[in-house]
Design a protein around this ligand. Structure first.
Ligand code: KIV
Ligand code: ZN
Length: 504
């Protein structure tokens, strides 16, 4: 049993949102905050109240939402920032002042003693108005340690609740971080937080090192979102604390994947497949050697069970596939193939894989059906597609689909012709089933304007997820093919199970 000892401040909605091009609206912030609260995060830094009307609206919504987590606003050492936070009814402020000589000289144009005066005055002001205060040293890791202590002492004298050291440009190493925290935690009785950036890819390691040195709070963001290379990632930090150091947090590890996907969707920033813990490939296996090992004993090629973080194990088929994975998958599908059939499926998967492709679910099923002599019927067929686009009109698509000789027509608009076409198809499909498009990827197989385009979609009917491909010299047709291939597969599976919707 791992005891919760380290508190988690999640700053996805403040520092994470500072990622170029990212902005959550207040509904999205509320949805993410509720998920973070349910996950067990202790403090949510939800924004900076001074920023805008929308930001204040979000902070007000979160403050009224009666979450268990403390709702915190970022504030510079400026009265107006604290007043704005007060107006929003937050529980606390993350009061941030830069402490390095570099920042003092070039950004703030203040002396060290002026900075200490400001820190004291602002901390007092916030405390007098009933706010909890976490006093942060921005660029703290490039600040002379003696001055860092002087700065923190000012806060301690005023009665702030917590201190925080920021590795603002991610220049620490784990050894130096641990030493710094050992020194600071020997000097101060208050909880000290660590706030790391990932410029050298060391944000998680440095955060863990700070905890080894006595840090009692970690600042993190979901999926490591944040400026430049991002912040320490929530999922990596809490899992590592738990797994390697037996240091607990209040975070429910099983919910990590779900929250990560929610933030991915609302941020519109796809998680790289190889992202630790929450990436699509974190528990996927393709190579024959690995799948064989995992099937015999999962720990051979997995450090932890995927279920620990709410993920699931996936076997992906491509050119490295082995026969054990194929046999296993066929068994899962309730099939009893002969050895020749396994061999033939294996050869076909290899051939597709050799062309540099991962085999999508729909392609896998088509191979299995043809080798095993199983039937498959395309339920949805494209009858007609018209797309209009140009510099003066909204891209619009009109689609006519045949479903068992019955025609369904709809139209869609979008940011471009592909989007409009997908939207039109979506309308028809969503009108007759609960299939939803989850992901859409496109890449060109060759260079040039006549390139072969490869579109892969991920669709779900709520119970199953299926990937499907379309390939064509025309990106619109490739997209249509991918959508129809995936939808047809899902519908056919449902039909086989005998619970297809009547309309279909
Ligand atoms: O990285 C940093 O220094 C920060 C502070 C402004 C808190 O995000
Ligand atoms: Zn930061």
């Amino acid at each position: 049993m791992v005891k919760p000892v380290v508190r988690v401040l999640d700053t996805t909605l403040r520092d994470g949102e500072q990622m170029p091009g990212l902005a959550f609206n207040s509904e999205q912030k509320l949805e993410i905050a509720m998920a973070l609260d349910d996950l067990g995060v202790d403090i949510i830094e939800a924004g900076s109240a001074i920023i805008s009307e929308g930001e204040r609206d979000a902070l007000k919504k979160l403050s009224r939402a009666r979450l268990d987590a403390e709702i915190c606003s970022f504030a510079r050492g400026v009265k107006a920032d604290i007043d704005a936070a007060l107006e929003c009814g937050v529980d606390s402020v993350h009061l941030v002042l830069p402490t390095s000589d570099l920042h003092l000289r070039y950004k703030l144009r203040k002396s060290r003693s002026q900075l200490k005066e400001t820190a004291a005055e602002m901390a007092r002001y916030a405390l007098d108005h009933g706010l909890k205060v976490e006093l942060s040293a921005e660029d703290g890791t490039r600040t002379a340690p003696s001055f860092l202590k002087e700065f923190f002492s000012v806060g301690v004298e005023e009665g702030v609740h917590r201190l925080c050291v920021c590795d603002t440009v991610g220049v620490m190493t784990p050894e130096r971080m641990q030493e710094l925290f050992l020194d600071l935690t020997r000097t101060f009785k208050l909880p000290i937080a660590v706030h790391c950036h990932n410029d050298f890819g060391l944000a998680t390691a440095n955060t863990l090192a700070a905890v080894r040195g006595g840090a009692q709070e970690v600042h993190v963001t979901v999926n490591g979102l944040g400026e430049r290379a991002g912040n320490a990632s929530l999922e990596e930090v809490v899992l590592s604390l738990h797994h390697f150091y037996k240091v607990g947090t209040n975070v429910d590890l099983k919910k990590l994947y779900r929250v990560s996907r929610l933030v991915e969707r609302l941020a519109g920033l796809p998680i790289p497949p190889n992202k630790a813990v929450v990436g699509e490939n974190a528990f996927s296996h393709e190579s024959g050697i690995h799948t064989h090992g995992v099937l015999k004993h999962p720990l051979t090629y997995e450090p932890i069970s995927p279920e620990v973080v709410g993920q699931r194990r996936k076997f992906v088929f491509g050119k490295h596939v082995g026969t054990s994975a194929i046999r296993n998958e066929l068994r899962q599908m309730g099939l009893k193939p002969s050895e020749e059939q396994v061999k033939e499926i294996f050869n076909q998967v290899k051939r597709l894989g050799d062309r540099g492709k991962l085999v999508t679910d729909a392609e896998w099923r088509a191979i299995v059906d043809s080798v095993m002599g199983r039937s498959f019927e395309e339920i949805l067929k494209l009858k007609e597609l018209t797309v209009v686009s140009g510099n003066k009109i909204t891209p619009t698509a009109s689609v006519r689909l045949l479903v068992h000789e019955k025609e369904f027509t709809d139209s869609g608009v979008g940011v471009g012709p592909v989007d409009a076409t997908i939207n039109a198809i979506r309308k028809i499909v969503e009108g007759m089933s609960n299939i939803r498009l989850q992901e859409y990827h496109v890449d060109a197989i060759s260079g040039g304007t006549d390139a072969m385009v490869n579109v892969v979609v991920k669709l779900t009917d709520g119970k199953r997820i299926i990937t499907a491909r379309g390939a064509s010299g025309d990106i619109i047709m490739a997209s249509v093919q991918a959508m129809l291939n995936g939808v047809n597969r899902l519908l056919w599976d449902k039909r086989l199970k005998g619970n297809a919707k009547r309309k279909i």
